[in-house]
Ligand binder design. Structure first.
Ligand code: NAP
Length: 442
């Protein structure tokens, strides 16, 4: 029989999908628990707001579920409080029976090649944050324009970026892309966008829906060299991978027939190219790649080099985690060291921070459920002050948390200011978010 769960207090650090799914699972298991979802931004929903592509509004509809979770009586959103800066993790653990870390993996993995620091080179987290209106990236002003952009990496993030850079203004008008990004992409569209993989089409991590979407763009055409497409798949694939990759290869075969003549924008898939150096003196002028030979999924350099000119490089090769004081990174550096979601007594981790940056939004649901069950089994409820303890720290430090009604005022403002076809016009400055969140209804 499970333990009674009354008066359990839980703080979840990070208001993205993993945090919300965990809150929902805890609320289901323990209707009397008090759960605070704390985020450093005044806005909830994490990667739904700042990671999912702004032209994928269907995917963003999951926000409605998270909103219903936030409105449960035992759950509160506490925005604009940064754990690790405003309040330490140790202090938070002294307030709550359990703390769940769900703040994602925010940093870009590095290519580790010469020239990476040149102006015009961006990691995907920064670039995606820029066009999604993340306040940390609102001033990025990336270099765009001719002779084009190179996106390094063969995952869905690379596809998102290439698509956004290749869409017309009309195609983006229903999105919630940041207004400055819409203007800049419209004014300085790269024209040619190269998606470059260090292995082949059969090893690429694209999902088929994302890949085929590039065949339906108004002005841009996707192209690939037919010689790069293998006749058969590697042995030993699971049935699921075989199905996905077979469909992907069919899609690539169709792109190999594309006629780019007369099209103002082209998305080039380039394969078997390993980044060797970013070229340029004062800013990026191109990327030097080494050709690789791939067999059975493994790859080896051939020594043959190829330079592709560009004005922008975006590396979409994965992310690195950051550790708060008192927790450790995994050996790979892309998540926290943990034992099936447990870090220490009363301290847990979920989402990308638990398992590394992979999977769909819904993958986080199972994570949240398993950690909620562990908390139920392992944590003694009612030991600590919970929300009252947090409020004491907030008062003592004169912090300015934003609650869920405060966020709703921001959202109402964004919707009221949306251009005709768009769902919202995002506020991209923290100071403006705070002003709007405090505004009295008129
Ligand atoms: P990903 O799927 O893991 O792809 C990373 C890519 O970077 C791989 O092609 C990898 O190549 C390549 N790479 C890694 N290190 C490299 C290096 N040093 N040089 C060159 N290439 C390198 O990661 P992601 O695209 O960031 O996506 C993260 C997760 O979010 C994925 O699960 C993805 O499906 C998901 N996501 C989904 C959507 C969607 O459903 N619409 C949109 C965005 C993201 P190797 O394979 O050779 O290692």
């Amino acid at each position: 029989m499970s333990k009674p769960f009354a008066s359990l207090s839980v703080a979840i650090v990070g208001a993205g999908p993993a945090g919300f799914y965990t809150a929902q699972a805890l609320a289901d298991l323990a209707p009397d628990a008090r759960i605070d979802i704390i985020d450093r931004l005044p806005t909830p929903f994490g990667l739904i707001r700042y990671g999912v592509a702004p032209d994928h509004q269907e995917t963003k509809k999951i926000q409605e579920l998270f909103e219903s979770i936030a409105l449960l009586p035992q759950i509160d959103f506490v925005g604009n409080i940064e754990i690790g800066k405003d309040i330490t993790l140790a202090e938070l653990r002294e307030c709550y029976d359990a703390v769940v870390l769900a703040y994602g993996v925010p940093h870009d993995a590095e290519l580790g090649i010469p020239g990476e620091a040149l102006p015009g080179v961006y990691g995907a987290a920064r670039f995606v944050g820029w066009y999604n209106g993340h306040p940390d990236q609102a001033d990025l002003r990336p270099r765009l324009g001719k002779p084009g952009a190179i996106v390094i990496g063969n995952g869905n993030v690379a596809i998102d970026i290439a698509r956004l850079l290749s869409k017309s203004q009309a195609e983006l008008e229903h999105s919630d892309i940041a207004p400055y990004a819409l203007e800049q992409i419209g004014r300085a569209a790269p024209g040619d966008v190269h998606i470059v993989g260090r292995r082949g089409p059969a090893q690429a991590k694209f999902t088929t829906d994302e890949l085929t979407e590039l065949g339906r763009l108004e002005q841009a055409v996707a192209v690939v060299d037919a010689e790069d497409i293998p006749a058969r798949l590697d042995d030993g694939l699971s049935m699921k991978d075989k199905r996905i990759k077979t469909r992907n290869l069919e899609c690539f075969r169709a792109y190999a027939q594309s006629d780019p003549a007369g099209r103002s924008r082209r998305i080039h898939f380039r394969f078997y190219l390993r980044p060797h150096a970013i070229l340029g003196n004062d800013c990026v002028e191109g990327v030097r790649f080494e050709r690789v030979a791939v067999s059975d999924g493994g790859s080896a350099g051939t020594g043959e080099m190829l330079d592709i000119p560009c004005s922008t490089v975006i590396s979409a090769i994965g992310y690195r985690a950051c550790a708060l004081n008192g927790v450790e990174l995994s050996t790979a550096g892309n998540c926290l060291r943990n034992d099936e979601g447990r870090i220490d007594s009363g301290l847990y981790v979920v989402g990308w921070l638990r398992r590394g940056p992979s999977g769909k939004i819904g993958t986080n649901r199972a994570d949240g459920e398993s950690v909620a069950q562990r908390i139920q089994q392992e944590v003694e409820p009612g030991r600590l002050a919970g929300r009252a303890g947090l409020e004491r720290l907030v008062r003592a430090r004169s912090l300015s948390p934003v609650d869920f009604p405060g966020w709703k005022r921001i959202e109402t403002f964004e919707r009221a200011n949306a251009p005709t076809a768009a769902v919202r016009r995002k506020v991209t400055r923290i100071s403006e978010m705070l002003d709007v969140s405090r505004a009295l209804p008129t």
